[in-house]
Design a protein around this ligand. Structure first.
Ligand code: GLU
Length: 561
């Protein structure tokens, strides 16, 4: 067969050679050790937590090494494309600290545009580039056309699938497929010419040289040494519309764009033999690969399940609505990514997570477990380190969008809100009440008359007249200019007069000797002022509320008893 002639027949319009294209994509000039990584989404939906995970690895590896992170849009499957998904993806990722140095970026008009010298960064715009290499493979006898119409192909696949289910004789099945494949490889130049003259569509297939009985060895940077059967399947490189399959586009784009590390989900591992074969056929140096395990979750029965698209916590946009701050989510991702992250964080409480020396070797091989409780713990720590002004601003921003009535209350008096959020902040052991901005309202809503709600009531066992007497005595003696000690001494004295001891030790040793303790007295007052059994430091709460509100609340509680 005259392969040159075949190549000209199939791709008469392609004049460029691979050398021409290579010259347009010269190697990057980067410092030694700099890594080039990418995020290569298919724009078919939202950013999934399982997508943020490898992307954070890509971001860290690139930026930690002085390299480049770029975004490539893999839109070769037009049927599955969702309009606007690519734009939304970029926006969401930037919220989570993933910003791209290069690639498809959002222009000022909010539309996608290219930045960088290795574009176009949208695969649908790269058709002629793929065809240059396709033509070369045909010329070298490494790829061939297959004039089966798409419908026929689909039909064939359906039949195969149906047979797969029924047929348990795998050996016979494999032989049948092999025979079909070998038959496809046999054609004459005249047949090709006749098909082309009749404008029959064709797909371009690789001519696989692998032996399925033999193994190739490969080292994944996360999973270590692995072995796979060689690829012996003539898979499709270009579909009948000239658009490449993932395999072909991956090899060409990652080569031309200078990717040093391909970080992707482990669902691509079964295709790796195909990819390595392609890199070899094209005389490209294969990149290093990191295949990241799926994120798992525990179901109600405690079994590990894949975190699926529909699961709570899968869609990154849900986190915004739930009120998680992106810093906390990033911090949580880091704890999942590197086993020594938490230890580092304890030693470096004030540093950004970007200062952490991320290490591929410290990654989990078998996959991570997504856990909201852990995320909440991490988040509480992150928020506890923020100052009151920041917390006020962030809660207000969140509330304006997701709880406008609460947002209006915060906006009405920002400095009042800030004094509330300052309670227990700063210092060595800050309070950890908030895991999300949505937690703010239940935590501090009682400061606002509009949100004050008395939960339940005083527990049954307390004598109502003792409570009434406490509240009256407190109102009589309350002076907001008292310092905390004087204020507390007064409370102790009120209790003592009613038979509630200020001596907690003595009370614990023999509770029956007293009507109660000063803790009960404090609770009587706390509940009257806040409507809660547990609230932040009561002295500070009263200072913030001011005499008028404190008095009014205590009076009305007393009247209701
Ligand atoms: N477009 C592929 C996907 O959406 C990208 C895989 C890769 O990173 O190479 O899964």
């Amino acid at each position: 067969m005259d392969y040159n002639k075949l190549a000209e027949l199939l791709y008469p319009d392609i004049q460029k050679t691979p050398e021409d294209v290579e010259a347009e994509f010269p190697p990057r000039q980067l410092p030694e050790g700099a890594k080039v990584t990418r995020f290569a989404p298919s724009p078919t939906g939202f950013v999934h937590f399982g997508g943020l995970f490898p992307t954070t690895v890509a971001e860290r590896l690139a930026h930690q090494s002085g390299g480049v992170l770029y975004l490539r849009i893999e839109d070769t499957d037009a049927k599955r494309e969702v309009p606007g998904a690519a734009e939304a993806l970029i926006r969401t990722l930037s919220v989570y600290g993933v910003s791209f140095d290069e690639g498809a970026i959002l222009g000022e008009d909010g539309k996608i545009c290219d930045k960088g010298a290795y574009g176009p960064y949208k695969q649908s715009m790269r058709g002629p580039i793929y065809q240059v290499f396709a033509k070369q493979l045909v010329r070298e006898g490494k790829a061939y056309p297959c004039f089966t119409s798409e419908e026929e192909l689909e039909e064939l696949q359906q039949v195969n699938k149906k047979e797969e289910i029924k047929n348990t004789d795998w050996q016979a099945e494999a032989e049948k497929r092999r025979a079909e494949m070998l038959k496809r490889r046999e054609f004459t130049m005249e047949e090709v010419e006749a098909h082309l003259a009749a404008k029959d569509p064709f797909v371009l297939r690789i001519l696989a040289d692998g032996d399925g009985e033999k193994k190739i060895r490969f080292t994944d940077l996360v999973k270590g040494n692995m072995e796979f059967p060689e690829n012996d399947e003539d898979f499709v490189l270009l579909k009948s519309d000239g658009i490449p399959t993932y395999h072909f586009a991956h090899a060409i784009d990652d080569h031309l764009m200078g990717t040093t590390h391909v970080i992707r989900g482990e669902e691509w591992l079964p295709s790796l033999a195909k990819h390595l074969q392609l890199f070899r056929y094209l005389s490209f140096k294969a990149p290093k690969y990191m295949h990241i395990a799926q994120i798992m979750r525990l179901d109600e029965a405690g079994n590990k399940k894949k975190l699926s698209k529909r699961d709570m916590g899968a869609n990154m946009d849900d986190y915004t609505r739930m009120g998680y701050c992106p810093e906390a989510v990033c911090e949580y991702v880091m704890t999942l990514l590197n086993s020594n992250y938490e230890e580092w964080r304890m030693q470096n409480p004030d540093k950004s997570y970007r200062d952490f020396p991320f290490n591929i070797k410290k990654m989990s091989v078998s996959g991570c477990l997504f856990d909201f409780n852990k995320l909440n713990d991490v988040s509480k720590n992150v928020i506890s380190r923020m100052d009151a002004a920041t917390v006020t601003q962030r809660v207000t921003e969140w509330a304006r969008e997701f709880d406008p009535a609460f947002g209006a209350l915060l906006d009405a008096d920002p400095s009042f809100a800030e004094r509330i959020f300052a309670i227990g902040r700063g210092g060595k052991k800050p309070r950890k009440d908030l895991a999300t901005w949505a937690d703010a309202k239940p935590y501090m809503g009682f400061f606002y008359d509009e949100l004050l709600a008395y939960e339940g009531g005083y527990p049954e066992q307390y004598d109502r007249s003792d409570i009434r007497a406490t509240l009256s005595a407190f109102l009589e003696s309350y002076d907001p200019s008292d310092d905390m000690n004087v204020w507390f001494e007064k409370i102790k004295a009120i209790g003592q007069a009613l038979g509630y001891t200020p001596d907690m030790k003595a009370y614990k040793a023999d509770p029956s000797a007293f009507r109660g303790s000063v803790a009960d007295i404090s609770m009587f007052i706390r509940f009257a002022v806040t409507g809660k059994m547990n609230a932040p430091d009561l002295y500070t709460v009263m200072q913030i509320l001011g005499k008028e509100k404190v008095t009014r609340r205590i009076e009305s509680t007393r009247a209701g008893l």
